[in-house]
Design a protein around this ligand. Structure first.
Ligand code: ADP
Ligand code: ADP
Length: 220
């Protein structure tokens, strides 16, 4: 299995330190929650892991190498980032087909992942008409498209209805049981108690705890 390793990672935007000398490890075969309040630095860390943003200092690697050194793209790691920023004029299946094409993934995967996230009937609809929950499902479909060993999900619960929340918890459990590395950010401790095995807890860009959910919950 592939390990996510963040080592003395720092990101500054002018006077703002978004991520502050952060170090942690995320192991395969488990669901690891990335817990912290809004503004704690979770998205910034995930973006650096995916090579979408450069660290000011330190390293963020998947299986020992920075993501940008990976030619395999979505087949190496899949991510749900900001579900809001998908081109609204596109139809859902066409959006996934374009991602498949640019990542060397078979077109047949598009219908498979649409079915897997419960959007089989919505493939020909324009993304602009999707609810936030449907956009989250589409973002999860994009993450699954390349059948990657490593999956990152940024606030996946936002916008999902209660049934969707139960579905996504089951999906994460299944992905972890298959031996994948599953890293899920949230600002909700209660959600992570239901979803995660391990926690990486941050505040103001700094590490607060890295331990099992049971150990963290026992601190109270
Ligand atoms: P989280 O995902 O935990 O809510 P973020 O990583 O989005 O936190 O943000 C961490 C901090 O970095 C916040 O103070 C945020 O305002 C700041 N930040 C994030 N991205 C930028 C950016 N592109 N430019 C300036 N500040 C940013
Ligand atoms: P482009 O400008 O080429 O469309 P993006 O800004 O969408 O690229 O993405 C930049 C990089 O991040 C690309 O290498 C792309 O493969 C990768 N990427 C985009 N979306 C995802 C995702 N959901 N999961 C993992 N990597 C992604």
């Amino acid at each position: 299995g592939q390990v996510i390793e963040v080592n003395e990672l720092t990101k500054r935007y002018g006077d703002t330190t978004a991520v502050d000398n952060l170090s942690f490890t995320v192991r395969p075969g488990r669901v690891t929650g990335f817990l912290g309040p809004n503004g704690a630095g979770k998205s910034t860390t995930l973006r650096m892991l995916l090579g979408l943003s450069e660290p000011t200092a330190g390293t963020a690697t998947i299986d020992g190498r920075p993501f940008r050194d990976r030619p395999r793209g979505l087949r190496h790691a899949g991510a749900l980032l900001d579900a809001g920023d998908v081109h609204g004029g596109r139809r859902a299946a066409a959006h996934l087909a374009a991602l498949a094409r640019s990542n060397g993934i078979a077109r047949g995967r598009v219908d498979e992942v649409l079915a897997e996230v419960g959007l089989a009937a919505a493939g020909r609809r324009r993304i602009g008409g999707f609810s936030l929950g449907m956009r989250q499902r589409l973002g999860i479909a994009a993450a699954l498209l390349g059948d990657p060993p490593v999956l990152l999900f940024d606030e996946p619960i936002n916008g999902l209805d209660p049934e969707g929340v139960l579905w996504v918890r089951g999906l994460f459990r299944r992905l972890a049981a298959e031996g994948r590395t599953v890293f899920v950010s949230s600002h909700l401790m209660t959600e992570m108690e239901h979803t995660a095995d391990d926690l990486v807890v941050i505040g103001r860009g700094e590490l607060i705890a890295a331990e099992s959910v049971a150990e963290f919950a026992a601190r109270a």
